[in-house]
Design a protein around this ligand. Structure first.
Ligand code: A1D88
Ligand code: NDP
Length: 445
């Protein structure tokens, strides 16, 4: 592993040097264990502690197949899907690996008693399998997390519709929270040159998801002048949705839960901000009953902030707790676009406000390769910036996931894998200098 790291850090290394490097038989990886999926049985979601289920193991290097690449991972990031994996909710991910393992001789590699998790990476290609022409050993890359087979016609207009669509490092094995990752080569994209490894690894999953959900024609198809209500506007998804709204000429109405988070949104350029804690919205009277008067109070507050307008788009992901309010406050003909249900997946809303006002609910999930590429291109051009706040060592991934689970973080949380320290991997210092304040906006807050 030391030779790999030396090659990555030497400016003189060529593609041939990387191709000639011997690969280790094993590597360090963040895992959950199949024999521990019941460890939190009976506990409330909040009390399930990722620090107990997340392990740092030495694992054997997987065999490289056609169309695949082995990547030396310099840095990764914590996504909420790794929180779900680590608390075995809503399902243990081993069922996904078992199902994938049944698909073919090659996919059987994924069905193991341990799951190497993580759906982001920035690093360097070490080897490519047969049939890979677009990438070579030595290429500096980031990886998006869409894994598809594309053997069915269904996925050929939009690869997210492939029946064998999976999220790498969640529904497949050999994810990014490790020293080496196995990806399909059509997950690879160029690493933005002005960013360090950990900065480059931070946007991937959430930036691509927010791009499809908000900007793409497959999502809400946001246009100039739209009012966009963004839940968790300084969180993983929300910090990119806020940037997309501002960059696209829309008006974000940012919902956050503290003055500090409100300040972060303000520093991104947002003006309309709602602190849901300070304003104490209680959309549910009890576990089964919502309070439409609270939806209305929330809607009035939005109108105050917009000069009397309702929102064209709601960027939804909290789910059960907020969904009734989200449907209510959307303007006539507007769109609620949802990609998650953090607070519960059985949503309830008053359907009269949907059909009578001709609103639409759109389901959105990650992004196809083109959408992920376009989202990454915006990062590479310095039009959208990473929202990295804190960086952990690989062995502290459990603590990092715990922070995200408990909503103690801002923006994105990074993890150093092979990178020995923060700040390495910047290839375009001049461009970096132009954007340094925006790049550092979330750091250490
Ligand atoms: C990028 C980051 C993303 C995120 O962070 S997202 C947040 C994290 N992700 C999640 O929380 C999602 C986790 N996944 C799940 O909870 C489950 O994954 C799903 C609920 C999405 C699906 O559950 P399942 O049991 O895998 O799917 P079924 O479709 O219910 O399949 C079970 C059997 O039911 C059959 N079936 C499906 N649709 C129908 C139908 N319309 N009529 C009759 N049968 C149907 C299937 O074929 C299959 O059958 P057979 O077991 O024999 O293969
Ligand atoms: N389908 C897909 O492709 C994707 C789905 N996801 C899912 O989206 C969800 C959010 O992910 P991500 O943004 O990375 O997570 P984060 O935890 O980084 O951010 C979410 C933010 O939402 C806000 N929030 C959380 N719970 C509630 C609630 N009950 N009511 C109102 N606001 C709430 C919080 O902000 P505050 O406290 O400031 O209000 C929180 O910071 C997760 O469930 C994740 O699995 C994520 C990426 C892709």
């Amino acid at each position: 592993m030391k030779d790999i790291l030396d090659a990555i850090q030497s400016p003189d290394s060529t593609s041939e040097d990387f191709a000639a490097l011997p690969l280790p038989e094993s590597y360090r990886a963040i895992t959950v264990h199949k024999d521990e999926t019941e460890m939190f049985a009976g506990l409330d979601t909040r009390d399930k502690d990722p620090r107990k289920s997340i392990h740092l193991d030495d694992v054997p290097l997987p065999e490289l197949g056609p169309g695949e690449a082995l990547v030396a991972v310099m840095a990764s990031s914590v996504n909420y899907n790794s929180v779900w994996t680590s608390i075995f909710e809503p399902l243990p991910t081993f069922g996904f690996l078992e199902r994938y393992g049944k698909l073919s001789e090659l996919t059987r590699r994924h069905d193991l008693p341990y799951h190497i998790i993580g759906s982001d990476l920035a690093g360097v290609v070490l080897r490519t399998g047969p049939g890979v022409n677009a990438w070579r050993p030595g290429d500096e890359v980031v990886a998006h997390c869409l894994s598809v087979e594309l053997e069915s016609s269904d996925g050929h207009n939009d690869t997210m519709l492939d029946p064998e669509q999976r999220i790498w490092g969640f529904e497949t094995n050999f994810g990014g929270l490790a020293e080496i990752a196995l990806v399909k080569s059509n997950q690879l994209m160029p690493k933005p040159a002005h960013l360090s490894w950990e900065e480059a690894a931070a946007p991937g999953l959430v930036n691509s998801t927010a791009y499809r959900q908000l900007v793409s024609r497959n999502g809400a198809d946001m246009k100039q002048g739209d009012n966009v209500l963004i839940w968790g506007a300084s969180g993983g998804l929300g910090s990119y949705a806020t940037q997309f709204a501002l960059a696209g000429g829309a008006t974000p109405i940012c919902v956050v839960s503290s003055p500090q988070k409100a300040e972060i949104c303000r520093s991104m350029g947002a003006e309309a901000i709602i602190d849901r804690t300070a304003e104490d919205y209680k959309f549910w009277k009890d576990e089964n009953t919502q309070d439409p008067r609270e939806w209305k109070r929330f809607g009035k507050r939005i109108r105050e902030l917009t000069g009397g307008e309702d929102v064209d788009i709601v960027f939804e992901h909290p789910g059960r707790e907020t969904f009734g309010a989200s449907v209510y406050v959307t303007r006539k003909g507007g769109t609620i676009v949802t990609c998650a249900s953090t607070s519960g997946y059985n949503h309830e809303y008053d359907n009269r406000y949907l059909w009578m006002s001709l609103k639409r609910i759109i389901g959105s999930h990650f992004a196809n390769y083109r959408e992920a590429w376009e989202a990454n291109r915006l990062i590479a051009k310095g039009k959208i910036h990473p929202t990295l706040s804190k960086v952990y060592a690989l062995e502290d991934t459990g603590q990092a996931a715990h922070d995200v689970h408990r909503n103690l973080h801002q923006g994105k949380v990074g993890v150093l894998c092979l990178a020995p320290e923060e700040g390495l991997g910047v290839r375009d210092e001049e461009m970096r200098a132009r954007h340094i304040d925006a790049i550092n906006r979330f750091r250490n807050i």
